[in-house]
Design a protein around this ligand. Structure first.
Ligand code: DX5
Ligand code: ZN
Length: 220
């Protein structure tokens, strides 16, 4: 299979201690740090932006997996590239007309492009972005409605993961929302290899154990 990437969502961390929380997750075995960027418009919540990524970058070399829940992702490419973001995953729902330019700009700033889709968006919408001349390198299938941590995993989204995996055996397929020990097997057996988890990791008494359990499920 494709290598597992376990990406704790820093949305569930103590933002006032972001650098130490990030280091704690890496010490617990995290591969990536998932950074949820929201604009209060695409989703009804507001989190962090490029200045916080820039501050965190001064404290860690980790892969910063940025998830852009924003209406105008193009506006974020330059600032996030400068700030030191690693991955830049935008939403297909707001990029139907300009994803070609968007992907090109993301790559030119040295970031890895990804595309995400909400639970109600058909999987066919991302196929052209995976197959294009300038393809995205990851598809993030949302397993809850974007906006908040701590929501319930939607099992019906697994049909999309299965369809993607069947079509693209070596693609990075990420899932985000409601993932933890009780839902990881559904996502892993459907074919997801990049696992975002916020409340299940940060809320556990032993975060390292939750991370290693999820890794085992994906690698099985
Ligand atoms: C939701 C975010 C997620 C969120 C996941 O809009 O994209 O990354 O932090 O949190 P949990 O794992 O608690 O569902
Ligand atoms: Zn996310």
């Amino acid at each position: 299979g494709v290598a597992a990437k376990i990406a704790p969502s820093m949305l569930s961390s103590d933002f006032a201690n972001l650098a130490s929380e990030a280091q704690r997750m890496l010490d617990c075995g995290a591969d990536w740090l998932h950074m949820d960027i929201m604009d209060g418009h695409f989703v009804p919540n507001l989190t962090i932006g490029a200045p916080v990524i820039e501050s965190l970058r001064k404290h860690t070399k980790a892969y910063l997996d940025c998830h852009l829940m924003v209406t105008n992702p193009l506006d974020y490419v330059e600032p996030l590239g400068k700030a030191g973001a690693s991955g830049f995953t935008f939403h297909v729902e707001v990029s139907r007309d300009n994803w070609g330019e968007l992907v090109q700009r993301i790559k030119s700033k040295g970031m890895r492009p990804g595309v995400s889709l909400k639970p109600g968006t058909p999987i066919e919408e991302v196929y052209p972005l995976v197959e294009g001349e300038n393809p995205v390198e990851m598809v993030l299938v949302m397993t809850v409605e974007p906006g908040f941590g701590g929501q319930k995993f939607m099992p019906e989204t697994m049909d999309k993961v299965r369809a993607l995996r069947k079509k693209y055996p070596s693609l990075d397929i990420e899932v985000d929302g409601g993932l933890g020990p009780s839902t990881i097997d559904m996502a892993a057996s459907a074919g997801a290899n990049c696992i975002v988890a916020g409340s299940s990791v940060f809320g556990a008494p032993d975060s390292a154990q939750v991370i290693s359990l999820m890794r085992k499920s994906v690698e099985e």
